[in-house]
Design a protein. Structure first.
Length: 253
């Protein structure tokens, strides 16, 4: 696990170097001109230091209840200033299936519960369509506090919350993970491909199977033929999930 995480960090650094190069107008490097390379590397190191400052040591946490108490008092990023409630997650802590969304919205912030309101209603219907009840699974999100106006979470916010999510996965130890939406999928898998290329197949994450599909809120955003097409693709993903879920349950029983 540590080796894979190190590889992901290296790849992320390379992406940062390319991105910063473009920002300052560099398109290629000459072997005799390393000044811009040094400048970019220093920027990357600064970002790394910023990320480290936003991290928290969770090695002594052995129970979900202890992790919840820590998350509830978290102030690692600015989202803590505007939250009403931390949305830690809920469900069966011994489930073989874990669902991971993006971030709390308005209703989630008010209630402190994940996936409530219209997106929550659709998620419940999606699960019931494959014979799974909400209380059978554990549901959480990458970000535990609501971003202002439901905007997309920023990188520093994701970096601050990711250790909590990884610890949840470690403690719950699910065999299957369903990522709901682009942010969840890219964050957990460490990939940059669009969701359309990540969905419809399983990925391995330290012995766990991960499948990605559209976030319920995204499915509700469209109407007509667009929504029908997206729901068909989501249904295909859910059927794949159902077959694997039932297989694991049979083998466990």
């Amino acid at each position: 696990m540590e080796r894979q995480r190190h590889i992901r960090e290296i790849l992320k650094d390379l992406r940062n170097i390319i991105s910063h190069s473009r920002d300052i107008g560099v398109r290629y490097y000459c072997k005799n001109d390393l000044s811009k390379v040094a400048e970019i590397i220093s920027l990357v190191k600064a970002k790394r230091a910023e990320k480290k400052a936003c991290s928290v040591n969770l090695s002594n946490i052995k129970e979900l209840s202890s992790l919840y108490e820590l998350v509830r008092s978290c102030t690692l990023c600015k989202l803590a200033n505007g939250r009403k409630n931390v949305v830690f997650g809920e469900g069966d802590p011994n489930s073989i299936l874990m669902l991971i969304g993006e971030a709390p919205g308005r209703e989630e912030d008010i209630t402190g519960r994940p996936f409530v309101g219209k997106s929550g209603e659709l998620l419940t219907k999606m699960l019931r369509a494959i014979n799974i009840e909400r209380n059978e699974v554990f549901i959480t999100s990458v970000i535990k506090c609501r971003p202002p106006s439901n905007r997309t979470p920023k990188g520093q916010e994701i970096d601050s919350c990711l250790p909590y999510l990884l610890k949840q996965i470690e403690l719950i130890d699910p065999r299957l993970i369903l990522c709901l939406g682009s942010i969840s999928s890219k964050t957990l898998l460490g990939k940059e491909e669009p969701l359309s290329r990540l969905r419809g197949k399983f990925f391995d994450l330290n012995g766990r199977k991960v499948i990605c599909t559209y976030h319920p809120a995204y499915l509700l955003r469209f109407g007509g033929a667009k929504q029908i097409g997206l729901k068909k693709e989501a249904w295909h993903d859910l059927q794949m999930l159902q077959r694997e879920y039932e297989r694991i349950k049979r083998n466990r029983d």
